[in-house]
Design a protein around this ligand. Structure first.
Ligand code: PBG
Length: 334
């Protein structure tokens, strides 16, 4: 059947050539806005592959510096460093997170000494890699004899950790443990120690997510159970607005939504209400899903990566954390 109707409005006009599509694209992405999460592990002679995150490694100090250089050359704005201590160095309070010579603080110092202000150095400010029980805070026993993650007893340890990271050279600390009051506590401690210029990227809306699975391998996590008493319930949206507002009131310089792809609605609402820059973290499970499908030949990897990153950007992220940061930056530069 044919029709005599000819459209007057033809949106396809703007899709005719690559030049026309670039000219009229609504979403831009600059490598400066990308953050590369990285892992430095204690006791390694050589970098170690993380099987569930193909292409991502636990680094030695040397391989870390080489990978940071590659990221910086590609124009990536920041790295976000996580530390993986030896099992025997883990304890109940995560002391190696605070120790000047703990693996994470050593890594931060090495990167900052080498790269200065050429790339921003962000530190993960959380105890879970360093505790023998794998929780993000210290534990205590409630009146029924159950072990609980003790919010208020954790805050001083976060404050010390942030100060140690600032001392090691971090430009940005990033509290990811979802303890109430952590931003204010950390801000006060940084200021008292003379680190007024160190900024805070708050993991404000962080969900208890199954998509963190591969990360647990990446950091050799000791966790039994889950984090549902401190991370958010995936069914909630309003709660994210409250969490974000509290962090802003407590002094967060930037806020974050995590994971990214299953929470694009949250990201969009946070971006609408936030007066400070908004980041989104494309987490390990998001990376693993796309990688696994691509390895099976089921999707075009580069196209899927770019589509996922543009989706996160379009939903409202100013800053994106992704294990593909260097690769995306290189693709953007052609
Ligand atoms: C905890 C932390 C986690 C991630 C970043 N920081 C795991 C968790 O909360 O269980 C996950 C990152 C990822 O999955 O890529 N400090």
């Amino acid at each position: 059947m044919t029709s005599n109707y000819t459209p007057f409005r033809r949106p396809r006009r703007l899709r005719t050539t690559p030049q026309m599509r670039n000219f009229t694209a609504e979403t831009d992405l600059n490598p400066n806005r990308l953050v590369l999460p990285m892992f430095i592990a204690d006791g390694l002679d050589a970098p170690r592959d993380i099987t569930s995150l193909p292409g991502v490694q636990q680094h030695t100090e040397d391989s870390l510096l080489r990978a940071v250089e590659e990221a910086a050359n590609a124009g990536v704005g920041s790295i976000d460093l996580f530390g993986v201590p030896l099992d025997e160095d883990k304890d109940a309070t995560g002391s190696q997170a605070v120790a000047e010579d703990g693996i994470l603080n050593r890594g931060l110092r090495a990167v900052r000494e080498r790269f200065g202000d050429d790339i921003l150095v962000m530190a993960d400010t959380c105890l879970d890699e360093f505790t023998d029980h794998g929780h993000c805070g210290v534990l205590s026993t409630d009146r029924y004899g159950h072990k609980i993650v003790d919010n208020d007893a954790t805050l001083p340890q976060y404050a010390k950790m942030a100060v140690a990271q600032a001392e090691a050279g971090a430009h940005i600390v990033s509290p990811s443990g979802m303890m109430d009051g952590q931003i204010r506590h950390i801000r006060e401690a940084l200021d008292e120690a003379g680190h007024q210029d160190v900024s805070i990227m708050a993991y404000s809306a962080k969900y208890a997510s199954a998509f963190f699975g591969p990360f647990r391998e990446a950091v050799g996590s000791s966790l039994q159970g889950d984090r549902r008493t401190y991370q958010q319930d995936p069914r909630n949206l309003r709660e994210s607005i409250l969490e974000t507002q509290l962090d802003i009131d407590e002094g967060a310089d930037m806020v974050m939504v995590k994971p990214a792809m299953p929470y694009l609605d949250v990201l969009s609402e946070v971006a609408d209400m936030s007066p400070v820059p908004v980041a989104a973290y494309q987490v390990s499970g998001e990376y693993a899903m796309i990688s696994a499908a691509a390895q099976n030949g089921w999707i075009d990897e580069e196209a899927a990566i770019m589509e996922s990153i543009y989706g996160i950007r379009r939903a409202g992220a100013d800053i994106i954390l992704t294990y593909w940061a260097t690769r995306v930056a290189q693709m953007l530069r052609g």
